[in-house]
Design a protein around this ligand. Structure first.
Ligand code: ZN
Length: 305
């Protein structure tokens, strides 16, 4: 493993009742009535990372940071990078730019107040920066973020920009430039498969995830693995909801930690910023409204395969 290229590992720090799968069944006003498990579960993630001597990027929900500021400090003190996962975990394309900016500023302030440091990295709830919400990139730049990891280059019913770049790239926004670290996909049989995180690491076989990670690294780019603290908590209270959401949230909670630790043993990981620091100069793109991303300025390259 020594000398192998570095990939990023990230944690979206939210509670089990705050996911998009339950958004239609759990009102945000009712969040305080659920027994919270985010502190204990995040501590377990910190223990796992410590055992494997891995540092990652923790995107914290502003709502969680406000209620559990000590947890934010524990993450910081363990040497990890802090980022923002919004305040209310709402789909960005369901918001107006003004609502999104207010949510983002509130979350950033809560996390920074808890941590006592500024943060530079953002992950959208449910990867909801899509062609319907390209304006969000400029809002993030205006709010002081310089790195984002929210765009999934696949088709999915909730997220994704099909055909967007698969390796980290620069996005020239009106007010500043963001570095985008896209979620991981690999190409096989003329399809782009998502790999190495969340439901994909939980529900698809481990060999498939490892195969995809090797394909990504062999093509000379880093992977972005992601997880949620509730994914290593098979004992979490069950929420009554429709079948599709039950499948997405509850499948193989018992096996997730095993799959995660297998990846931690097999690949080298660091924070999102650690990995970006190792990258050669990035291709540059610009948001183009509902057309998505287009090559930007002089020296721009064509959209990568
Ligand atoms: Zn989330």
């Amino acid at each position: 493993m020594q000398g192998e290229p570095l990939s990023a590992i990230s944690v979206d720090v939210e509670d089990y009742f705050q996911t998009e799968s339950f958004a239609r069944d759990v009102r945000r006003d009712d969040w305080p009535t659920f027994p919270s498990r985010v502190v204990d579960n995040t501590r377990r993630v910190l223990d796992i990372f410590a055992r494997h001597e891995v540092r990652g990027t923790f995107f914290v929900l502003g709502w969680v940071a406000e209620r559990f500021p000590d947890l934010v400090r524990e993450i910081r003190d363990a040497g990890h990078e802090l980022g923002c996962h919004s305040y209310w975990h709402r789909l960005i394309y369901s918001l107006t730019p003004e609502e999104f900016e207010a949510d983002t500023r509130r979350a950033k302030a809560a996390i920074e107040a808890a941590a006592g440091t500024t943060i530079a990295c953002y992950r959208a709830p449910t990867f909801s920066i899509t062609k319907r919400s390209m304006w969000a990139l400029d809002v993030l730049a205006r709010c002081g973020f310089t790195r984002d990891s929210s765009i999934f280059p696949i088709y999915h019913d909730h997220y994704g920009i099909v055909g967007s770049p698969v390796r980290p790239y620069a996005i020239e926004c009106a007010s500043a430039t963001l570095t985008e670290f896209p979620m991981s996909t690999f190409r096989a049989l003329r399809y782009d498969f998502p790999v190495g995180g969340g439901g994909y690491l939980r529900m698809l076989p481990l060999w498939f995830n490892k195969f995809g990670m090797h394909k990504i690294l062999d093509s000379g780019r880093p992977a972005m693995v992601y997880l949620h603290p509730w994914e290593i908590d098979p004992g979490q209270p069950r929420i009554r909801t429709r079948l599709k959401s039950r499948i997405r949230h509850y499948t193989n909670l018992a096996g997730f930690q095993r799959n995660l630790e297998a990846l931690l043993r097999s690949f080298r990981f660091g924070t999102m910023s650690d990995v970006i620091a190792t990258m050669p100069p990035l291709s540059r793109f610009a948001p183009a409204g509902t057309d998505g991303l287009v090559p930007a300025g002089a020296g721009a390259t064509t959209l990568p395969a």
